[in-house]
Design a protein around this ligand. Structure first.
Ligand SMILES: O=C(O)c1cc(=O)[nH]c(=O)n1[C@@H]1O[C@H](COP(=O)(O)O)[C@@H](O)[C@H]1O
Length: 271
């Protein structure tokens, strides 16, 4: 199914704008998983099974798997999500950006090897570096625009001419030239609600992936008010650590569910 269709269905059917980020850190796993060769898969599988009905998407971060030589566990996890929780889009957070020929390989990795429905990409190298992803109309291409980290302003706030800031240029290109297949979304951090509002103004109903609530302290109310689309959707609001590590014992998945439910409800209050 087309990523954008799956996402719209998930927003409606689950009544949720929450995206649970899968950033598995073995140092923070409950003790009973220690030493298991499949600990990363098992940890994430329990989180996924406990929260799937509460989310509009899952976002595994590839570094947390690759750092532990666990790409096979990432593959198994995404297969598990598709088999057991069909209709739940998976955004592979890889923030790729390279020349076209290399980007082609990254696209095969994300969409064929891992079976992701969407990928995060870095637009710094320009249009041709995005083509291999943009040319897959069934897949979502989620472009970094105004990131949640403090250093995001170093470049993203530069005036690129006529008072237009770099993140605004990215938003404008993403909503026009780059979006011929209607498969583009943008990343805008919850730590910058004013810029979420600006990006919403520039992009109509385009889906925005918004990380930065929870562990990074972003304001949920301000995020939703600034970023919701006319239909009261348009957002994948990501929380990773605040949900994954809500509990630290063998009941961690139940604790994660409670945290996800509370977060989903808080988001829904402001839609
Ligand atoms: O693309 C992202 O997902 C992303 C963009 C951004 O601007 N800021 C950001 O934190 N992220 C990712 O979102 C997740 C945030 O995790 P928590 O701070 O634990 O909720 C991490 O996987 C980050 O890599």
């Amino acid at each position: 199914m087309h990523f954008m269709t799956a996402l719209a269905d998930a927003w409606r059917n689950r009544d949720s704008l929450l995206c649970v980020g899968l950033d598995p850190d073995p140092a923070r796993f409950p003790k009973h998983l220690a030493g298991r060769p499949d600990a990363i898969f098992e940890f994430c599988r329990e989180i996924v099974d406990a929260t799937a009905d509460l989310v509009c998407a899952f976002k595994p971060q590839i570094a947390y798997f690759a750092a532990h030589r666990a790409e096979d566990q990432l593959e198994a996890l995404i297969s598990h999500i598709h088999e057991r929780h069909p209709g739940t889009p998976v955004v592979l957070d890889a923030k790729r950006g390279d020349i076209g020929s290399t980007a082609k390989q990254y696209a095969v990795e994300a969409f064929e090897r891992f079976g992701a429905d969407a990928i995060t990409v870095n637009p710094f190298m320009g249009r041709d570096s995005l083509e291999p992803y943009l040319g897959r109309p069934d897949k979502g291409v989620i472009v970094l625009c105004r990131t949640s980290n403090p250093g995001g302003s170093d470049l993203q706030f530069l005036d690129v001419g006529g008072g237009e800031r770099l993140f605004e240029r990215v938003a404008r290109l993403a909503a026009t030239e780059w979006n011929a297949s209607g498969n583009v979304g943008l990343v805008v951090g919850a730590t910058f609600p004013a810029e979420i509002g600006r990006v919403r103004e520039l992009t109509g109903d385009m889906p925005l992936l918004v990380p930065g609530i929870g562990a990074q302290g972003g304001d949920v109310a301000a995020t939703v008010r600034a970023g919701r689309s006319a239909a009261g959707t348009g957002l994948m609001i990501n929380s990773s650590r605040a949900i994954l590590y809500a509990g630290s014992d063998e009941h961690f998945a139940e604790a994660a569910r409670r945290a996800a439910e509370t977060t989903r409800d808080e988001i829904n209050r402001y839609r």
